[in-house]
Write a new protein. Structure first.
Length: 522
C-alpha cells in the first residue's frame, strides 16, 4: 500500500537538528561549516576538468574522505548560528494570497499556486516592517472561490485576527511575529525568512502563544449562498457551530433576495477538529421563524492548527528548513582563513576531533585544516615564491618523497600552508603520501622544491612557536610550529560530512568577508 513521510515528521526533524546544537548533560555535538577545494580544475587535487560546468557532489564513503583532504578552514556553528526558516512571501498590493485552510491535499490543491500542501501555499506574508501575518480569510466567497486581491497591507500587532484596513478587500490577518534586526542580518535570504527560536518562552512570543485556544474557530466561509430564505434582510445570531468542539457560535445574514450574504464567527468555542453549520429550518439552534422554500446554503468551517493560531509557529507555518550561518573573514591575530587562493566547496561537518585524537572533539571557534611549513633563507634578491596550487616536494629519505599542493604562501613570514589530496599518491612518489618533516632520514634533505618556480627554500628547524617578529612587528601564524612544522588543527579522518555544495571558485582577498548561509531542508 502507498505510504508517505508526513510534513509533521519534516518539522520534527528540523526541530531535532536545532536541538542537537544544545549540550544536554554529558552529551553534546559540535558542528562546523567549512570552505575548501582550491585548485578545482585539477583531478589530482580532488577537482575535475568539468568543475566549471557544474560538478555535482556524490554521497559515498570515498567522497567523505576526499572532501576532508581539501578543507581549508572551518568555523564553529553554535545554537545562535542556526534558525528554522520558512519561505519568504512579501506582501504586495493587488496580489491575491491564499488563506489558511486545514483541508489542502493532493485532491484539493491550493487555489492560486496549485499546491497539494498548506506549507507550499502563499497563506502568510511579511510586510515592509518585517512583520509576519497569517491570512485567515482572503475574501473567498461563492463568487470569488479563489479569493480576491489584497489592497490593505497588514501593519497591526494586535493579538486577535482582524482586517488590515478599510478598503473592504475581505482579508482577515493574524499577526504572528516580527523579525528582529539582528536576525535579518544573519538569517534573511532571497527566498527564506527566519522564525523566532524558543517560541512561547521569550518576548512577544509568550503572549502570542498564550492567546491561542485549541480548536477555536476563527473563520467560516460561504460555499453556496442558497436561496429562498425567509424572513429576508435579517441577521440570525447564535447559530451553533456543530462538530466535536463546543461553544462555537456564528451570525448569519440573509439579504433582500433571500440569500445568505454574510457569516462571521461571534464565539469560536474550543476543541474543534471538525465543524459544520446547518442553516436550515429545524436544525439544532435555528430560530423557529426561519423558513426556506428554495435551496440550503453551504459553509466551510475552517479548523485551526492544533493549539490555535500562534500556539506552535513551527507547525503552523511549516518550518522544516534550517539556515546555518557562518562568516569567514581575514583575522591577522588568528590567520586560519587563508588569503590569495580560492575555494569551490562549502559544507558542514559534525563532530570533528582535534589533531592526534579520535575522541576529543574540536572546540576552537576557527580552525585551520592545513598543514604548514616555516621556511628560512627568504631574501628580497632571491624573490623566491611558491604559487598557490603549485606542487611542492621534499626528499625525506633515499627514494622517499613528500608531495603536496600549495594552499597559501606568505613571503614575509615564510609560512607555506599546504594540503595533500590522495590524487598525489602516484607512481612518482611510490603511491604514498608522506608528511613533510624536519627530520629527514639518510638521503633526505630539508629543501622544499616547487614545480612552478625555482624556489628551493629549507625548513627552518630552529623555529618553534605561534608567532614571529620581523622588523619589530609581531606576526601571528595561527598554529603552533615545532621545528618548523605545524599540523592541521583537526583530525582529517574524523567527523561526518552532513552537507556539501560544490560552487564556482570564489577567490579570497585581504579585505573580503564571506557570509556562508546554508539552507537545509528536511
Amino acid at each position: 500500500m502507498p505510504a508517505i513521510i508526513t510534513e509533521n515528521f519534516r518539522v520534527m526533524n528540523a526541530e531535532t537538528f536545532i536541538q542537537s546544537f544544545v549540550s544536554v548533560g554529558n552529551t553534546s555535538n559540535t558542528y562546523y561549516t567549512f570552505i575548501g577545494q582550491p585548485n578545482s580544475l585539477n583531478p589530482q587535487a580532488g577537482g575535475t576538468e568539468s568543475w566549471g560546468l557544474g560538478y555535482s557532489p556524490t554521497d559515498g564513503i570515498e567522497e567523505q574522505n576526499r572532501i576532508k583532504e581539501t578543507i581549508l578552514s572551518m568555523k564553529k556553528v553554535t545554537s545562535q548560528d542556526v534558525r528554522r526558516m520558512i519561505r519568504k512571501i512579501d506582501w504586495t498590493s493587488g496580489t491575491t494570497y491564499e488563506m489558511y485552510r486545514h483541508d489542502y491535499t493532493i485532491y484539493n490543491k491550493t487555489p492560486i499556486t496549485n499546491q497539494p500542501s498548506l506549507y507550499e501555499s502563499n497563506f502568510y506574508v511579511i510586510n515592509e516592517d518585517f512583520r509576519v501575518y497569517a491570512c485567515l480569510q482572503n475574501g473567498s466567497d461563492p463568487e470569488n472561490p479563489s479569493g480576491r486581491p489584497s489592497f490593505d497591507q497588514p501593519e497591526f500587532i494586535d493579538l486577535e485576527p482582524r482586517p488590515a484596513g478599510t478598503s473592504g478587500d475581505g482579508y482577515i490577518w493574524k499577526y504572528l511575529f516580527t523579525i528582529k534586526p539582528s536576525e535579518i542580518v544573519k538569517f534573511d535570504s532571497i527566498e527564506f525568512i527566519p522564525v523566532p527560536e524558543n517560541w512561547g518562552n521569550i518576548g512577544e512570543t509568550i503572549s502570542t502563544k498564550n492567546n491561542g485556544i485549541d480548536g477555536k474557530i476563527e473563520i467560516i466561509t460561504i460555499t453556496s449562498r442558497g436561496i429562498g430564505y425567509q424572513p429576508i434582510s435579517k441577521s440570525f445570531t447564535n447559530i451553533p457551530i456543530l462538530g466535536d468542539g463546543s461553544g462555537g457560535k456564528a451570525t448569519i445574514t440573509v439579504d433582500s433576495f433571500g440569500k445568505v450574504s454574510e457569516i462571521f464567527v461571534t464565539d469560536g468555542g474550543s476543541g474543534y477538529t471538525s465543524g459544520i453549520i446547518r442553516f436550515e429550518p429545524g436544525a439544532p439552534g435555528i430560530p423557529l421563524d426561519l423558513t426556506n422554500n428554495g435551496t440550503i446554503s453551504e459553509f466551510n468551517v475552517i479548523i485551526p492548527p492544533k493549539g490555535g493560531h500562534g500556539f506552535d509557529i513551527y507547525k503552523e507555518l511549516g518550518a522544516y528548513r534550517v539556515l546555518v550561518y557562518s562568516r569567514y573573514a581575514t583575522d591577522e591575530s588568528n590567520p586560519d582563513v587563508i588569503l590569495g587562493n580560492d575555494f569551490a566547496r562549502v559544507g558542514i561537518i559534525k563532530n570533528p576531533t582535534v589533531f592526534g585524537s579520535e575522541v576529543e572533539k574540536l572546540s576552537l571557534n576557527e580552525v585551520s585544516a592545513l598543514d604548514s611549513i616555516k621556511l628560512s633563507g627568504i631574501t628580497t634578491a632571491n624573490n623566491e615564491t611558491y604559487p598557490v596550487d603549485s606542487k611542492i616536494t621534499q626528499t625525506i629519505g633515499s627514494g622517499t618523497t613528500a608531495v603536496g599542493f600549495v594552499a597559501s604562501w606568505d613571503s614575509i613570514t615564510g609560512v607555506l600552508k599546504y594540503y595533500q589530496p590522495v590524487g598525489l599518491a602516484t607512481a612518482g612518489v611510490n603511491y604514498s603520501l608522506n608528511k613533510f618533516n624536519s627530520s629527514p632520514i639518510a638521503g633526505g634533505n630539508l629543501i622544499i622544491n616547487c614545480d612552478r618556480s625555482n624556489a628551493s627554500l629549507s625548513i627552518d628547524t630552529n623555529f618553534t612557536g605561534v608567532s614571529t617578529v620581523i622588523n619589530n612587528r609581531t606576526y601571528q601564524l595561527g598554529s603552533t610550529f615545532v621545528s618548523g612544522i605545524s599540523s592541521a588543527e583537526f583530525n582529517k579522518k574524523s567527523g561526518d560530512i552532513i552537507y556539501v555544495d560544490n560552487r564556482q571558485p570564489i577567490p579570497r582577498s585581504a579585505n573580503q568577508k564571506e557570509d556562508i548561509k546554508i539552507i537545509l531542508e528536511f
